[in-house]
Design a binder for this molecule. Structure first.
Ligand SMILES: [Fe+2]
Ligand SMILES: [Fe+2]
Length: 205
């Protein structure tokens, strides 16, 4: 199956394919490299992503989705600024002044978000839907893997704070980290939304 731009961007979209010999409709997760099993998508089937922002559900789903939008945006800006510097469009002082605080804030907010999920929301969701336990374990494990990337990013940011002289090798390492983080976050956030947002939208209240 081909990948469209909306899927790559993690935009809300219903993805229903007809795959088997009986032409039975199968609901598919949105990310092309999703780890989600189709039998974990029974709630997504009831509330596909093209309904997440509708008036019936947005008051319950938009808070979570907005947090993820902001995470994607901060990550994208950091990667773009780094690429601008590498291309010569942003000088060393401007680059440093624009990214030092942004990286600190981005890492802090990601840790806070993961902590709230691991300690509060995910256990609550698993107790409501024990059949999704394995899915939430994958997401928790993602947080551990992301911690390693974020630790490296903070270390590189510390080097950047001390670097008075332009250091192309340092910026290349920052870029490599930000590209890896962008790819990982795309997969993690999209899989998480496919599991979590239908729970939020379909529950009372
Ligand atoms: Fe998460
Ligand atoms: Fe999240």
């Amino acid at each position: 199956m081909g990948i469209n731009n909306s899927q790559l961007a993690g935009q809300p979209q219903a993805t229903v394919g007809s795959t088997d010999d009986n032409a039975k409709a199968v609901v598919k997760p949105r990310h092309p490299e999703s780890r989600l099993q189709s039998d974990w998508l029974f709630l997504y089937e009831k509330l596909p992503s093209n309904q997440w922002y509708s008036s019936d559900y947005a008051y319950k789903t938009s808070g979570w989705l907005n947090v993820h939008t902001n995470i994607r945006k901060r990550q994208r800006i950091l990667k773009q600024l780094t690429e601008e510097h590498l291309m010569g469009a942003l000088n060393w002082e401007n680059y440093r002044s624009q990214v030092l605080q942004r990286i600190s804030m981005h890492v802090l907010k990601l840790h806070q978000h993961h902590s709230v999920e691991d300690r509060g929301f995910f256990p609550e969701f698993v107790s409501s839907y024990p059949q999704l336990k394995r899915g939430f374990e994958i997401l928790e494990n993602d947080h551990v893997k992301l911690d390693a990337l974020l630790d490296e990013l903070l270390g590189l940011n510390d080097e950047l704070a001390k670097a008075e002289q332009e250091d192309k090798f340092l910026v290349e390492r920052l870029h490599k980290n930000l590209v890896a983080g962008t790819d990982f976050l795309s997969q993690h956030l999209t899989d998480e939304e496919d599991l979590v947002v239908p729970i939020l939208g379909l529950r009372d209240g």
